[in-house]
Design a protein around this ligand. Structure first.
Ligand SMILES: [Zn+2]
Length: 135
């Protein structure tokens, strides 16, 4: 636990939040600045900066929770889809320094930006250069 972390405070119930789900691994809260109706944030109970820092022993339970909460959202809000979004490090838009996943319920014409809406095909040279970094 980090004493000045807002998500640790929510986990410890020192700050009120609309907790829609809780398990040994996580709490899921309604985002106070929702991207769409019912936007939910799933937070591991232990403090980790982001995905890179999360230990293997909590991954299974935590991801099961993400799946359970996603199903709950689809059922309770009667939506037909959702996006799962997770930001790692400041350059990627991580604001709160405690790992978390966003579940964004989707609606027809909700104006939420579509990932890869108009993709631009990469050249073979560029893809090969990246591919070589992994092989
Ligand atoms: Zn924390």
């Amino acid at each position: 636990m980090e004493t000045d972390c807002i998500f640790c405070k929510i986990v410890k119930k020192e700050i009120p939040a609309r907790i829609i789900y809780e398990s040994n691994f996580s709490v899921a809260i309604l985002d106070i600045a929702p991207a769409t109706r019912g936007h939910t944030v799933v937070i591991p109970k232990k403090h980790f900066y982001n995905l890179i820092d999360m230990p293997k022993d909590i991954m299974g339970g935590f991801f099961e929770d993400i799946q359970k909460v996603s199903k709950l959202i689809m059922e309770k809000l009667k939506v037909k889809g959702f996006n799962l979004i997770q930001n790692n490090f400041e350059v990627a838009g991580q604001i709160v320094p405690h790992a978390h996943f966003h579940i964004v319920p989707r609606y027809e014409n909700d104006n939420f930006p579509q990932f890869k809406k108009d993709p631009i095909q990469a050249t073979s040279d560029k893809l090969d250069a990246i591919f070589k970094l992994f092989t």
